[in-house]
Design a protein around this ligand. Structure first.
Ligand code: COA
Length: 332
């Protein structure tokens, strides 16, 4: 059986920088509160008319493909993780496929929110292992800012979520010592409404009505305390599961790339694992939480900064809406 390997990573973030001070001009918040509770100093929001989930993911994908030493035509499948597609239907995979000129290539959408990229990676990993595909584009991209309630009522999530895109090319590893060792996926739908967006939903007489718009039910809703409490437990569990499955010790991790939910959550996990700062990658400080895009953006930035080297043992871990959580252990 083949082993799959990440061959290249790329990312794109919108050029519109949203500072905490700017947010404090549109809602009742302030820089100190946001930095202390989330670690976020600034984030990027898309520019309407310029950025789309498709355009951002295409830019990230082209970068990943080039860094993999491949051409766009070498991609034979797309797995696209997003909960904020450009259209309600069809999914965003086909839109990226069209944008890249890959008509005919299969495209699958994954809707597992913050864990979406690891779920997508896991699916792609199975296809590479079985030999069904050779070079799969695995993408996480989101425009969250248009789903945020930017009034005082929505401020606890409005200061956290942001926009961006990341991509990885997953191909066949040519070495025993490189590639994905295992992926681990979990979910608990009992908590679906702790972080969700109910409208537009299908099980209504009409999907969108003026009443729904007035009620603001198309905004993202988050029970921050519940998310925090579950996240710290599940992150730790799923990282341990990945290490145990491969008889590795936490001290062998060269770089932990956690989903950028909240810097306090990442710091807590780091502390629990006893990892030094250089072994944990965080970029939430300047990019906020971009849901499915955080891990591929982080991988791309970490690679650019020389924080990932050939042969490094990487642990990816995520937790978010669903609740869904996941991890992956891999040699770069
Ligand atoms: N600015 C200023 N004050 C704010 C605020 C903001 N953006 N958002 C909430 N507050 C206020 C609350 O209204 C509350 O005021 P009160 O005491 O007068 O009622 C106070 O701050 C404390 O609110 P609380 O919700 O208890 O704060 P918290 O310490 O739990 O922090 C989160 C809120 C959202 C930062 C925190 O719960 C959290 O980090 N949760 C996890 C979120 C996350 O990771 N999401 C991504 C999942 S993938």
């Amino acid at each position: 059986m083949n082993r799959s390997k990440i061959k290249g990573v790329g990312h794109y973030v919108p050029d519109r920088v949203i500072s905490n001070d700017y947010l404090s001009t549109i809602m009742n918040t302030n820089n100190d509160w946001i930095v202390e509770r989330t670690g976020i100093q600034e984030r990027r929001w898309f520019t309407p008319g310029k950025d789309t989930v498709t355009s951002m993911s295409a830019a990230a994908s082209k970068m990943a493909i080039e860094r993999a030493g491949l051409e766009v035509k070498d991609i034979d499948f797309i797995v696209f993780a997003t909960i904020t597609p450009d259209y309600f239907l069809p999914g965003n995979g086909v839109l990226l496929q069209r944008e890249l000129g890959l008509q005919g290539v299969g495209a699958l959408d994954i809707r597992n929110a913050c864990s979406g990229f690891i779920y997508a990676l896991s699916v792609a990993d199975q296809y590479i292992k079985t030999g069904m595909y050779k070079n799969i584009l695995v993408v996480g991209a989101e425009i969250q800012s248009s789903a945020l309630d930017k009034s005082d009522e929505g401020r606890s999530s409005a200061v956290i979520f942001a926009d961006g895109a990341g991509a990885a090319v997953l191909g066949v590893s040519d070495s025993e010592n490189a590639g994905i060792l295992s992926t681990h996926l979990h979910a608990d739908g009992d908590y679906a409404e702790e972080l969700y967006c109910s409208d537009p939903g299908s099980s209504r007489e009409v999907r969108i009505s003026p009443e729904m718009i007035d009620a603001g039910d198309f905004f993202l809703k988050m029970n921050g305390n519940a998310v925090f409490k579950h996240a710290v437990v599940r992150f730790a569990e799923v990282i341990k599961e990945a290490l145990d499955a491969n008889q590795k010790d936490k001290s062998e991790i060269d770089l932990l790339v956690p989903h950028q939910a909240n810097l306090r959550i990442s710091n807590y996990i780091q502390q629990k694992l006893g990892l030094p700062d250089e072994k944990v990658f965080n970029n939430i400080m300047h990019l906020g939480n971009t849901t499915a895009a955080t891990i591929p953006i982080a991988l791309s930035e970490a690679w650019e900064q020389g924080r990932i080297k050939e042969g490094d043992l990487l642990c990816l871990a995520a937790f978010g809406s669903g609740f869904a959580w996941a991890s992956a252990l891999l040699y770069w």
